[in-house]
Design a protein. Structure first.
Length: 166
């Protein structure tokens, strides 16, 4: 009985030590999302604050998916500058046949900073296509689809996060 209790205490101590060692060996990845600026000069999104807020939400989701802890006291910080937005309409109209392709393109510059110093910088482009085909004559109003802009934004943010965290 005496040896059984002694072995139980040894096993308990070993398990406790292993738990503390395994907890301390897992390094938490911490990051904070810094300033998101909209430096787009022309077009429907020029200077829009809502676009910067949307990018911040996308970044938060991407970093949480990568098991980063978002905290304001992290040493690492990511900043984004949105610099270009354009929608190119490419289409064909022959008689009653109508085929439109809208290409949404967004360019952004991302920086990873550690304690205020830029340690990595990347420029990424995100594109999204919308194809519309019909057999009726449709007026070309030059408007853009909000969903294609969101898809292009998400693509550019994913590319920035991948490049800065590799």
């Amino acid at each position: 009985m005496k040896y059984g209790l002694l072995n139980l205490i040894k096993i308990f101590c070993i398990c406790t030590i292993l738990i503390f060692v395994s907890d301390s060996s897992q390094e938490e990845k911490k990051i904070k999302i810094g300033e998101i600026t909209n430096e787009i000069r022309l077009g429907p999104f020029a200077g829009q604050r809502n676009m910067a807020v949307g990018v911040k939400n996308i970044l938060e989701e991407l970093f949480q998916d990568l098991d980063y802890q978002l905290t304001p006291d992290a040493e690492d910080e990511i900043t984004i500058r949105l610099v270009f937005f354009d929608v190119k309409n490419i289409g064909q109209n022959i008689g009653i046949y109508h085929n439109d392709v809208s290409l949404t393109e967004i360019i952004a510059i991302g920086e990873l900073r550690r304690n205020g110093k830029v340690i990595r910088k990347t420029t990424q482009k995100g594109q999204s296509k919308e194809i519309s085909t019909s057999t009726l004559i449709v007026a070309e109003d030059g408007s853009f689809n909000q969903q294609t802009a969101s898809i292009a934004l998400k693509k550019v943010c994913e590319n920035i996060v991948k490049d800065l965290t590799k």
